[in-house]
Design a protein around this ligand. Sequence first.
Ligand code: AMP
Length: 419
Amino acid sequence: MSTFSAPRGTYDLIPPDSADFLAVREGIAAPLRRAGYGYVETPGFEQAELFFRGVGESTDIVTKEMYTLTTRGGDELALRPEGTASVLRAALQANLHRGALPVKLWYSGSYYRYERPQAGRYRHFSQVGAEALGAEDPALDAELIVLAADAYRSLGLRGFRLLLNSLGDKECRPVYRAVLQDYLRGLDLDEETRARIEINPLRVLDDKREHVRKQLAGAPVMSDHLCEGCKGYHEQVRELLVAAGITFEDDATLVRGLDYYTRTTFEFVHDGLGSQSAVGGGGRYDGLSEMIGGPPLPSVGWALGVDRTVLALRAEGVRPAPAAPPLVYAVPLGEEARRTLFGLVTQLRRDGVAADFAYGGKGVKGAMKAAHRSGARYAVVLGERDLAQGVAQLKDLQSGEQRPVGLEALAGELTGRRE
Ligand code: AMP
């Protein structure tokens, strides 16, 4: 072991497990590409102010969990704690909102939150996200939800549930907020929670502590206070989801940890994950663009946690990326054999055959052991006598059967055996 280890709350992705992460990222991205989402990549850090304004100054993410830094030049930056504010910032900067709408984008990357590390909760984690900017259309909300659900299904995940809610808009939300505040002020709550009632009362509904939960049982819910516009919109989203065969649960307490959501809000949860059950979530954020200094741009999006999706798949015993061993493992005995087999391996790879090679000057015993360990189906062994006869020994590592094959015919023969 070296003197160093990965910082607390972070992890390294190491083979073979890392293959599952790649497969999950790819599995989430594939349905997005088919639905016309273009790839976007933004910097790992932004001006801290973007998140103060975009995520919300009363959220845990901004007040407690953001990694902020001052550069030598005096800029206040923050490692990105989430993707939406950055993607919207980038789209506005590139003037995408002046072109055809909606602008549909997807992304994949690392995010940073100074959280208390535990299983499924890291300080550095990985998300794939999607955002559809500049259209107020229930079909767009439904599209994104369907794409997320289809992504999970295509990966083999079964035990996830979709929770759905509407948070209203700038017309009905303030009315509900005041009603909720009145109710919450009458409860027996600690200082910090009382302060939250005044800044962001909806977040109090998200409190997971038992004594708080009990008192919240009779709290007024947004769904009883939606204006006609929001009610109609939400009903359409629900109908489109039903028509697409997506099962969901209406959850009046679903508020999520970011301030920018309006109307449609949703979360995917998995029951095999313990307390960190959210595998993904998102919603509509019609006011966010204006909050960061842009024009009105009603939008909707989600982010799915790659780490937790991997954990959820493991909890269900699903391997998204079964090990892909090489077809061929080359074992050269001697210098000239080494040159010949190196050429064979190169050619096989160029022809699309997965092949590996006994590097490091191993003896025949060590090399054969490495061939077995690699999981390859065939070993090609080339000794001096073989070379003199213009053949190599082709060994089937499953049956143990071995026979000489002419060097000229070898590549063609192996390419033909590709599964
Ligand atoms: P959020 O932006 O908080 O809604 O996060 C979206 C998704 O990212 C969540 O549903 C989780 O799957 C994942 N996620 C958020 N925070 C973390 C974290 N600290 N560690 C691992 N995954 C996370």
